[in-house]
Design a protein around this ligand. Structure first.
Ligand code: PGA
Length: 306
């Protein structure tokens, strides 16, 4: 059968399975039933004339044909995005769409700003994903979104980056910790302290590990948790200390559920940037949201002691 019989719908489904590495997760993400999804992928494989996935144990992998098709379907979806941006530009920004990818730490700041923007421009269709540094870098490399709000942008990519706000990282402890209330704590005193760490790939974790490496040791890894929210609860429960973005602990510090330790060198200053690919022509909606973000930058550091 000729490839001309493949539909955009089938390619979108196939791409979702490839990205999620799972039929079940892709079905959930696309709000489709697993049999519908499998049927579409099966029909696409028949059109291609070769299997697209192979199963080894419980995992599925793209075959050689699947890999080529995945690259082509990404190209097609980027071309479709460009087409819709061009069509939106003809209609003016009020009918456009906007795809955002933001860091886990930014989700305490940007969604509120997005709310105001959407209220002012109700015709704009917005999609937003939240991920850690590693996942945003992957999305950026495959040009999946219009704008990214992330930490230090990679040097080797052709990117446009604008400063958005400070992202200070603080060291937090449960209120009954023996170091609470001590001034100018030497980082060496934390050598034996158990830490709750973010998952590998997190920019928060990277920055913390760099800080302790500069002090000549690695923190004791008590537990790895892939969510700022869960880390806060774990620290409050007394399992260890953690380094977190100050924006994620504003209310816990105010309520006294967590305490900020006054360790020398803290807060660690990271920044957030509004980033997009250098080769990309921003749609009017993306352009307008970028302006909005920069005009409504948060007031950084208001809860900090140093
Ligand atoms: P992350 O975000 O820890 O969720 O990756 C923080 C950052 O990269 O600054």
């Amino acid at each position: 059968m000729s490839l001309r019989h493949a539909t955009l719908h089938q390619l979108r489904i196939f791409q979702a399975v490839a990205e999620h590495n799972s039929f079940a997760r892709a079905a959930k993400a696309l709000h489709l039933s697993p049999p519908t999804l499998s049927l579409q992928v099966k029909q696409l494989a028949e059109t291609v004339g070769q299997p697209l996935f192979e199963q080894l144990g419980k995992k599925i992998y793209l075959t050689a044909a699947g890999k080529i098709l995945s690259q082509a379907s990404l190209d097609i979806s980027q071309r479709m995005d460009l087409l819709s941006a061009e069509l939106a530009a003809l209609q003016g920004m009020e009918r456009g769409s906007l795809k955002l990818a933001i860091l886990t730490t930014v989700k305490y700041t940007v969604p509120k700003l997005l709310g105001g923007f959407c209220a002012a421009h109700p015709g704009i269709d917005v999609a937003m994903v939240v991920g850690n540094r590693e996942s945003l870098l992957q999305r950026l490399a495959s040009n999946q979104d219009d704008l990214y709000i992330m930490g230090q942008p990679p040097q080797h990519m052709n990117l446009v980056c604008e400063n958005f706000a400070d992202n200070p990282l603080v060291l937090v402890a449960p209120p009954n910790h023996p170091l609470v209330g001590k001034r100018r704590i030497d980082p060496a005193r934390l050598r034996q302290e158990p830490f709750i760490l973010r998952e590998p790939g997190s920019g928060t974790r990277l920055t913390m590990e760099q800080f302790f490496a500069d002090q000549g040791f690695s923190p004791v890894n008590r537990l790895e948790v892939g969510s700022n929210e869960a880390i806060k609860q774990t620290v409050a429960g007394g399992l260890g200390l953690a380094v977190l973005s100050a924006t994620t602990v504003v209310s816990e510090l105010a309520l006294g559920e967590l305490v900020q330790l006054e360790v020398k060198g803290f807060p660690l200053i990271r920044r957030w940037y509004v980033v997009y690919s250098g080769g990309k022509r921003l749609s009017p909606a993306a352009q307008a949201f970028k302006q909005w973000l920069l005009q409504h930058r948060p007031n950084p550091g208001s809860t900090l002691r140093s």
